[in-house]
Design a protein around this ligand. Structure first.
Ligand code: ATP
Length: 244
């Protein structure tokens, strides 16, 4: 589905991740882990085309960018806009109906069904700025649910939410995966990764490990990841290409 080929990414010619070679296959359910500043968010933004590679490329095989849905870190989502949970979820349909169109009866049913699936039945008319952090995260998931994306990229979807919300939203992700979605989620909680994610990618400015979670999350790999984590962030772009 996606192939990273000798991919070096970063900002202002300062690389955040070097020479990444890896393939994400259709049906993968991947936890993306690594220390702060490891380049996890930057990798997701590069897939979306928001950040351009410094070197190498992302190859898209049999998937278009419109089939990718992205959930940014919740702190990056503006909640000041005065709309209800229902209207907010409806913005997830803008790609098919355009902004500011009346919601059809069918669409409203789809939105209400999604809100029910994330345990937010009864909150349809609640302004989004009057929801708790966990409730808003549930609404963000409902917005993803109605988009039928083939590839879902989630940046720390479980940060700062309570245990029950994590369990409920994990069930939603598993359902999405069972119905065919490929999922890549940045997760910090290793217990959660071990319990639910079949595959793990460890990034720490380079690829530390990628494969079956039980084989990749080792003491050795975690030690390597944290020792590189806060490396030379001001380093200039590598001059050497590491073609394997
Ligand atoms: N807009 C930006 N401009 C310049 N540098 C940036 C920008 N965004 C991130 N960086 C730098 O790129 C590196 C990778 O950041 P990134 O946000 O991808 O890390 P991360 O693994 O997602 O970290 P965290 O777990 O803390 O969210 C860091 O050194 C960060 O300071």
């Amino acid at each position: 589905m996606l192939k990273f080929e000798n991919l070096t990414i970063g900002y202002n010619r300062h690389p955040a991740v070097h020479h990444l070679n890896a393939t994400i296959s259709e049906g993968d359910f991947i936890a993306l882990i690594g220390p702060n500043g490891a380049g996890k968010s930057t990798l997701l933004k590069t897939i979306l085309g928001h950040v351009l590679p410094l070197e190498g490329k992302v190859l898209f095989n049999n998937i278009s960018k419109t089939e990718i849905s992205y959930l940014p870190q919740s702190s990056a989502v503006d909640r000041k806009f005065p709309i209800s949970a229902e209207q907010f979820v409806a913005t997830g349909l803008w790609h098919e109906s355009g902004p500011f169109q009346r919601i059809t009866k069918e669409q409203r049913e789809k939105i209400h069904h999604a809100l029910r699936r994330v345990g937010m039945h009864g909150f349809e008319k609640r302004p989004i700025n009057a929801l708790s952090g966990g409730q808003f995260q549930r609404v963000l998931f409902a917005r993803k649910l109605i988009q039928n994306a083939r590839l879902l990229l989630l940046d720390e979807p479980f940060a700062a939410v309570d245990e029950q919300t994590i369990e409920d939203l994990m069930k939603v992700l598993i359902e999405l995966h069972n119905s065919g979605a490929t999922i890549v989620a940045v997760v910090h909680n290793l217990e959660l990764v071990r319990k639910y994610f079949p595959k793990t990618m460890i990034l720490s400015r380079e690829l530390i490990g990628f494969g079956l979670t039980a084989e990749v999350i080792t003491t050795e790999n975690l030690a390597r990841a944290s020792s590189i984590g806060f490396g030379d962030v001001k380093a200039d772009i590598c001059e050497v290409s590491h073609h394997a």
